[in-house]
Write a protein that binds this ligand. Structure first.
Ligand SMILES: Nc1ncnc2c1ncn2[C@@H]1O[C@H](COP(=O)(O)OP(=O)(O)OP(=O)(O)O)[C@@H](O)[C@H]1O
Ligand SMILES: [Mg+2]
Length: 433
C-alpha cells in the first residue's frame, strides 16, 4: 500500500471513531445537534473509506496494466493489437523492429499507433520487405496482401531481405484482434541445409550405383576385347602389307583398341582399377599436359596458364594429366569455332570447408573458359557416366565421370560454376602431401 493510501485509510478510521464517539456523546446528553454532528462525521468517514478503497483498486489496476505492457514489450515475438476498425492500437518493440529492413536499418520508418493494415503493408513495401511483382500495381498488391492477412489465421512470410516469420492472428470477442509474429529464419535455414544435404547424398549414391554398373560392364567388355585384339593382331600380321584386307583389319584393330580405352576409363570411374601413387610435382605434370594440348587446340583459342610453386601431392601422374586433358578438351569444345580463352591456373589454396584438418595445405587447379556455359539442369548431371549433350559420335559422356572418379580417389573436391552464354569454371582442390 502506498503512503497516500495508508494515510487515507487512517483518516477514514479516525473519522469513524470520532463519529461513534460524537454519536455516543449526543445520545448521552440527549442533544439532537450533537447527534446530527455525529451523523455528519459518520458520513464523512464512510466517504473517506470509500475513497480509500477506490484509490487502492485504481493503484492495483494501474500496476497490473504496467506489468502486462512490460511483459508484452519484453517478449521476443512481434505483438500488434488492432481495434475493431482495423487500426493498430498497441504494439511492442519487436513488432516495430520487424518492419525495419534487415530488422535493424535505422533509416526504415516503423509502424505507428493508428495505422491500418493497408498502411502497414504499404510500409513493408517502402522498407523493401515486400517487392511488388512486375506486372502488378502497388494498389493491387496491397489489396491482395490485406485480403490474405484478413482471411488467414496462420501464415508464413518470407521477407525480401531474407527473413522468415510465422504469423498467428487471434480475434478477441469485442472485434479487436491480435497479430503475433514469430521469427523462424533459423529453422528455415536448417531445413534448407538438411534438404541440400539429402540431395547431395542422393546424388552421391546415384553416382556410386552407376560406378558399380559401369565397372561391371567394363570388366565384361575388357574380357570380350582380349581375344578380339589378340586374334586381329595375328590376322593383320598374316596378311600382306598394303593389301585392302590388311587395311580393313587394321581399322578393326584400332576400333577395338579404342573400345578397350573406353573400358579402362569406365574402370577408372568405378575406382576398381588399382593405380600407383607417388609424391608428384603438379606444376611439371601440368606443364607437360599443356604442351600436348597446345598443339591440338585450334588457333582461335588462347590458352593462358598461371602456375605457382606448390608442395608435392600424392597422386598418380597419369591420372592427373587425364584430368587436365579432359577439362581443357571440354573447355575447347564449349568454345567451339568461336574465338575464346581457356585459363588454367595452379596455386596454393585454403582447405575446403569439409576438410577434416583445417591446417593442411591444399592445391587448386582451376580451368575457366569463355565458352557456351551450361544451364542448371545440365550442370547437375555432368558427372554422370554417359551423360553428354554432344551429338552421337562426338562425345561418350565419360570425360567428367572419369575426372570425378580420379579426384574422389585422391581425396579432392570439384566445384563448377557456369551460366549459359557466360563460360564455365572448374575448381579442383587436392590435399598436398
Ligand atoms: N567447359 C564446359 N562448358 C560447357 N559445358 C560443359 C563443359 N564441360 C562439360 N560440359 C557439359 O558436360 C557434359 C559432360 O561432359 P563429359 O566430359 O563428361 O562428356 P563429353 O565431353 O560430352 O564426352 P567425352 O568427354 O566423353 O568425349 C558435356 O556434354 C557438356 O554438356
Ligand atoms: Mg568431355
Amino acid at each position: 500500500m502506498t503512503a497516500k493510501a495508508r494515510l487515507r485509510t487512517r483518516v477514514a478510521a479516525s473519522l469513524g471513531i470520532a463519529a461513534v464517539a460524537t454519536l455516543l456523546a449526543g445520545a448521552l446528553a440527549l442533544d439532537t445537534r450533537i447527534v446530527a454532528l455525529g451523523l455528519a462525521v459518520l458520513l464523512a468517514a464512510a466517504a473517506a473509506a470509500a475513497a480509500a478503497l477506490l484509490y487502492r483498486r485504481l493503484a492495483a489496476a494501474r500496476a497490473l496494466h504496467a506489468s502486462i505492457t512490460g511483459a508484452i514489450e519484453g517478449i521476443d515475438q512481434g505483438f500488434g493489437m488492432f481495434d475493431a476498425a482495423g487500426r493498430l492500437a498497441l504494439c511492442n518493440r519487436r513488432y516495430r523492429e520487424i518492419f525495419r529492413r534487415n530488422g535493424t536499418d535505422p533509416d526504415s520508418r516503423t509502424p505507428e499507433i493508428g495505422m491500418t493494415v493497408r498502411d502497414l503493408v504499404g510500409l513493408t513495401i517502402e522498407n523493401g520487405l515486400n517487392v511488388v511483382p512486375a506486372g502488378q500495381s502497388t494498389r493491387e498488391f496491397i489489396k491482395e496482401r490485406v485480403a490474405g492477412l484478413r482471411s488467414a489465421r496462420n501464415l508464413v512470410w518470407h521477407t525480401a531481405d531474407g527473413r522468415w516469420f510465422a504469423l498467428d492472428v487471434s480475434p478477441a470477442p469485442d472485434g479487436r484482434w491480435v497479430a503475433l509474429w514469430t521469427e523462424i529464419t533459423e529453422i528455415k535455414r536448417a531445413e534448407e541445409e538438411r534438404r541440400s544435404l539429402a540431395m547431395q547424398l542422393h546424388h552421391a549414391q546415384k553416382l556410386e550405383a552407376m560406378g558399380t554398373l559401369a565397372g561391371g560392364m567394363a570388366h565384361d567388355l575388357n574380357n570380350a576385347m582380349v581375344p578380339l585384339l589378340a586374334l586381329t593382331k595375328l590376322a593383320v600380321a598374316a596378311l600382306p602389307e598394303g593389301s585392302r584386307e590388311r587395311r580393313r583389319l587394321e581399322l578393326v584393330q584400332r576400333g577395338a583398341e579404342r573400345a578397350r580405352e573406353v573400358a579402362a576409363q569406365m574402370l577408372a570411374f568405378s575406382r576398381e582399377e588399382k593405380v600407383d601413387t607417388a609424391a608428384v610435382d603438379f606444376p611439371t605434370v601440368l606443364r607437360e599436359a599443356m604442351e600436348l594440348l597446345r598443339t591440338s587446340l585450334p588457333a582461335t583459342i588462347r590458352l593462358e596458364t598461371r602456375i605457382q610453386p606448390v608442395p608435392p601431392i600424392v597422386a598418380n601422374a597419369g591420372q592427373l594429366s587425364q584430368v587436365i586433358v579432359n577439362l581443357v578438351t571440354n573447355a575447347s569444345q564449349a568454345i567451339g569455332a568461336q574465338m575464346g580463352t581457356i585459363d588454367v591456373s595452379l596455386e596454393l589454396a585454403p582447405p575446403p570447408a569439409q576438410a577434416g584438418d583445417q591446417r593442411s595445405s591444399w592445391v587448386r587447379l582451376a580451368v575457366a573458359d569463355t565458352g557456351c556455359g551450361m544451364n542448371e539442369a545440365t550442370r547437375q548431371r555432368i558427372f554422370e557416366p554417359f551423360f553428354t549433350t554432344k551429338e552421337v559420335g562426338q562425345g561418350t559422356g565419360l570425360g567428367l565421370s572419369v575426372v570425378h572418379g580420379i579426384i574422389a580417389a585422391h581425396g579432392g573436391t570439384i566445384e563448377v560454376s557456369s551460366r549459359p552464354g557466360d563460360g564455365t569454371r572448374f575448381d579442383i582442390l587436392l590435399p598436398a602431401a
